[in-house]
Design a protein around this ligand. Structure first.
Ligand SMILES: *[C@@H]1O[C@H](CO)[C@@H](O)[C@H](O)[C@H]1NC(C)=O
Length: 256
């Protein structure tokens, strides 16, 4: 009898040890899979998924990625990414755009983080880590101190020399018109055909609809929209669409 119980006990122990070690193995593997992703990997994939518009409508940059996003937005990689977007745009212009030259060939630019940069503001305000304070951002915009994004500045003048009519469509409010024009001219932009800003009647529209309506007015006036370059998806989506769109990187904020 005693022998039998001992045997049973031994069996039970073996079984338990087997189960425990199996569990331990699974745990170990899980640990490996998680530790295979560094914080840098995690934040870079967050950034890429923002760029391709899988992540939408975020209000703040995830706390653990603020430092990473801050580094990226002030890096030579950000500049190289902007430059590449501009080069693709130039390729399109030289290979696929045969203008009619009747004064109805149009090109659209965003303003913030396309022509001029808000990065100096965000540098002082937590790199997208705090919820956006519009009052404080608009106070900064009133100072007309946003620097040009150099590759877009070059592109702007190339597009103008090709004979396009340039339209700037921005989510900035009408109250910022003077400051915006001053800022743009100070940074080397001039000769656009229209600057569309948000009036009171546009405040309750979502940005995609507001921008699509501005394009609708252009099309109604007989313009052909060859392209849009901007840093937000809400500048491209909706109808009428442009023939091509070029996205500049921006993982500091999302405008929908
Ligand atoms: C937003 O900015 C304004 C102007 O700088 C400031 O007075 C206000 O306290 C800020 N609001 C919040 C919630 O931080």
């Amino acid at each position: 009898m005693a022998r039998n119980s001992l045997f049973l006990l031994a069996m039970l122990l073996t079984l338990l040890i087997g189960l425990c070690s199996a569990d331990w193995n699974i745990l170990n593997q899980r640990k490996k899979a998680v530790s295979g992703i560094s914080l840098k990997n995690y934040c870079e994939s967050w950034r890429i998924n923002v760029e391709v518009n899988n992540i939408r409508g975020f209000e703040v940059v995830p706390q653990e990625c603020i430092e990473y996003i801050g580094k990226y937005m002030t890096s030579s990689q950000y500049k190289a990414d902007c430059q590449r977007a501009v080069e693709e745009c130039q390729l399109y212009l030289s290979s696929f755009c045969t203008l009619k030259g009747d004064g109805k060939d149009a090109w659209i630019f965003d303003v913030d983080d396309t022509l001029i940069s808000t990065v100096p503001y965000f540098k002082k305000h937590g790199f997208g880590g705090h919820k956006l304070n519009i009052t404080s951002l608009e106070e900064w915009m009133q100072k007309s101190k946003a620097p040009a994004i150099e590759h877009t500045l070059t592109l702007f003048h190339e597009i103008k020399e090709k004979g396009f009519n340039i339209f700037l469509i921005s989510t900035r409010r009408e109250s910022l018109r003077d400051a915006t024009v001053d800022n743009l001219i100070k940074e080397g932009y001039h000769g656009w055909s229209g600057l569309v800003l948000r009036g009171l009647e546009d405040e309750n529209k979502n940005v995609q609809n507001y921008k699509a309506e501005a394009r609708k007015r252009l099309v109604k006036d007989g313009y052909r929209i060859w392209g849009i370059i901007g840093d937000q998806w809400s500048s491209f989506d909706g109808t009428p669409a442009a023939k091509r769109t070029f996205k500049l990187p921006n993982s500091l904020y999302y405008i929908s």
